[in-house]
Ligand binder design. Sequence first.
Ligand code: 1GP
Length: 251
Amino acid sequence: MKQDLYNQFASRKQQGRKSFSVLIDPDKVDSKSIDQIVGLSIEAKVDYFFVGGSLVISNHLDECIQMIKSQCTIPVVLFPGSPSQVSKYADALLYLSLISGRNPELLIGQHVISAPFVKMSGLEIMPTGYIVVDGGAPTTVSYISNATPIPADKNEIAMCTAMAGEMLGMKLIYMDAGSGAKKPITEAMIEKVATHIECPLIIGGGIIEPEKAYNNCKSGADIIVVGNAIEKDPSLIKEMSAAIHSVSFSA
Ligand code: 1GP
């Protein structure tokens, strides 16, 4: 199994370097907005693109990734909302198991069905424990997953879930309040989880202010994912990136 990008995630964590990932939902962009987001991301030294969405109604996932790839060398990681969201043009795939839920389909069922297809893609596969936390409003991910998110103030449940995921062999933990969450994950919860796991910790959902991204990194997040806020205002990329990267330098 290829591990290049994962090794990069892990070594950045070891060095205390924080990363910024811009989330692109293929349903919400056209060629003009991709150009703009990629241009701003190159300038702002964005570390990764995550591509995917809970639905992906359109069928231009391949096209979207090819457009990104034709303009930059920023790695593209698939963040799939369903097993059909696999593209050989990406660099890696977050192989997500929804460990905060009790829906067997999203824990293992869909993986069984998609395994041969995922393996054949040749992508670097990153086994990821996906933890959905209540973000104060029903988000697409909580509806689609048919699973109860972890209550926002139950830090111990999040901690134990992440620990279990890591001990089961997951290489990344992704805690998500859901796209467009009203309340992003608290710093207290991030800190509780970060101090009990060794693998890289990804945080996303409802982050709209650079200060929040900064505080999340200070609390132990390794990779910050922002989607919605950037769709609304792409100029935010620069400030977000500077805030996240400033933690690395002051660490
Ligand atoms: C959602 O973590 C991502 O799955 C990003 O959320 O779109 O709210 O930034 P936002």
